[in-house]
Design a protein around this ligand. Structure first.
Ligand SMILES: Nc1ncnc2c1ncn2[C@@H]1O[C@H](COP(=O)(O)OP(=O)(O)O)[C@@H](O)[C@H]1O
Ligand SMILES: [Mg+2]
Length: 237
């Protein structure tokens, strides 16, 4: 069953009196429980699409249908933590205390690998740990969808690889579907069950990656898909 169905989505912005079309009749189904990676050039409308799914903006026309439950959580490129709150309080921020037990919070802190840092403040954490906190804040809402907008783009290479592994481990422990935006082809190949190339305001190409994890970026199958994606990106708008 599809987790999210996007049908004929249109979205344009008006900038300085001129209409800028971003999404043009975009139709896409996101499979439930999968990691779908949205890949595309800067400015092609990836963030716009996430914002529409999250309900932060409305499409001009078209339909967004959720399978069963539409609870979505957003993880941004920057962790967006409250500097005056501890890790634990950041994770629980926005929730009523009675909605979540201390044990549930502990479990999520453990899931993201932050046990022992519950009382640390954001400035005492590395970039990767701050992003783990942001991920925990998303998971604690028990979302059915996690929308991730280039969440690891600002991290150094090694931290980024750690976070990718952490995300794959977390995926095993939650039933949430993940829509992950990146412009790194290798990140897409590391994480995605399906890679969707967004170009010209539509889902221009689909690349299924049905390979087990951990994946080697040098495996023949991966090299073959990378080649197809690069060819697709060469023509992408
Ligand atoms: N609120 C806005 N007002 C006007 N133009 C916008 C707005 N948000 C995005 N855009 C424009 O829409 C296009 C797509 O933006 P975006 O979805 O952020 O792209 P991406 O995330 O793929 O880099 C860009 O040309 C951007 O300048
Ligand atoms: Mg963006």
């Amino acid at each position: 069953m599809a987790g999210i169905e996007l049908r004929n989505l249109n979205k344009s912005y008006t900038v300085d009196g001129r209409i800028l079309p971003v999404l043009r009749d975009l139709t896409l189904s996101l499979e439930s429980g999968a990691i779908t990676v949205l890949l595309g050039k800067s400015g092609c409308g990836k963030t716009t699409l996430l914002r529409l799914i999250a309900g932060l903006e409305m499409p001009d026309s078209g339909e967004i249908r959720f399978g069963s439950n539409s609870k979505a959580a957003f993880v941004f490129q920057e962790p967006r933590l409250m500097p005056w709150l501890t890790v634990r309080d950041n994770i629980q921020f926005g929730l009523r205390r009675r909605d979540i037990s201390p044990e549930d919070t502990d479990r999520i802190i453990e899931t993201v690998g932050l046990t022992g840092f519950e009382r640390a403040y954001p400035h005492q954490l590395s970039g990767g740990m701050q992003q783990r906190t942001a991920l925990a804040r998303a998971l604690i809402c028990q979302p059915s969808f996690i929308l991730m907008d280039e969440p690891f783009a600002a991290l150094d290479h090694f931290t980024r690889e750690d976070m990718q592994q952490a995300l794959l481990e977390i995926r095993e422990k939650t039933s949430a579907s993940i829509l992950f935006v990146t412009h790194s082809i290798d990140e897409a190949l590391t994480l995605g069950d399906e890679i969707v190339l967004l170009s010209g305001g539509i889902a221009a190409s689909h690349y299924p990656v049905s390979l087990p994890h951990p994946r080697s970026l040098y495996a023949d199958d991966i090299i073959a898909i990378r080649r197809q994606i690069i060819a697709g990106l060469e023509h992408a708008l």
